[in-house]
Design a protein around this ligand. Structure first.
Ligand code: E4P
Length: 217
């Protein structure tokens, strides 16, 4: 399972990268705005900086909602670095743009996916990644994890190569549940990733080992 961090915060990206388990980064316009990154030039420079910090895929989202605009923006983003994955919204023109980019060998991430039908379309259009937003489904009393299971089932039925990128991951148990369901990738905050480290028996066991070592020295 690949681990992506879902942030535009460079410090958090560096911290996750230093842990040695990071496979990539996802961003979106809200995450960029949260870091105060506004204006085309600053946004482009920020993507370049992120690509320098990590080895893996970096999703960069288009703002356009029409086919021509998405193609123009996506081509410019993809030209920044081979690590860039063009992130496209799950709308009609987004599907067309996905097909366009996949036929050119440019990596894509179809975002804002909330149903199995949308995920099926993304795979048909050759998406590299499909991003079902599990946390936002949970927010409206719908089972986000069930969507991951449905997509896994459908993709396995037909051998689709599109990778399931569980997005809108909010906490550590989401990561574990997505791993059990066979999600190819998850993207979440650093706090959810670091939650995987914690167990009280690890802490008490280590304290005992260290105390016993001190006794003998
Ligand atoms: C995915 O690519 C999105 O950036 C993200 O996971 C959305 O998460 P949120 O629902 O916590 O905003």
């Amino acid at each position: 399972m690949k681990f992506f961090i879902d942030t535009a915060n460079l410090e958090q990206i560096k911290e996750a990268q230093a842990l040695g388990i990071l496979d990539g980064v996802t961003t979106n316009p809200s995450l960029m705005a949260k870091e105060g990154i506004t204006g085309e030039d600053n946004i482009i420079n920020h993507y370049k900086e992120i690509c320098e910090l990590v080895d893996g895929d970096v999703s960069a989202e288009v703002i356009s909602t029409d086919f021509d605009g998405m193609v123009k923006e996506g081509e410019a983003l993809a030209a920044l670095n081979p690590q860039i994955v063009v992130k496209l919204p799950m709308i009609k023109d987004g599907v067309k743009a996905c097909k366009y980019f996949s036929s050119k060998g440019i990596k894509t991430n179809v975002t804002l996916v909330f149903s199995a039908g949308q995920a099926l379309l993304a795979a048909k259009a050759g998406a590299t990644y499909v991003s079902p937003f599990i946390g936002r489904l949970d927010d409206i009393s719908t089972d986000g994890l069930n969507l991951i299971a449905e997509i896994r089932h459908i993709y396995d039925n037909y051998g689709f190569e599109t990778e399931i990128l569980a997005a809108s991951v909010r906490h550590t148990m989401h990561i574990i549940d997505c791993a059990k369901l066979g999600s190819d990738v998850m993207t979440g905050p650093l706090s959810a990733i670091e939650g995987l480290l914690r167990h009280p028996l690890t802490d008490s066991g280590l304290a005992k080992f260290l105390a016993d070592y001190q006794k003998g020295n």
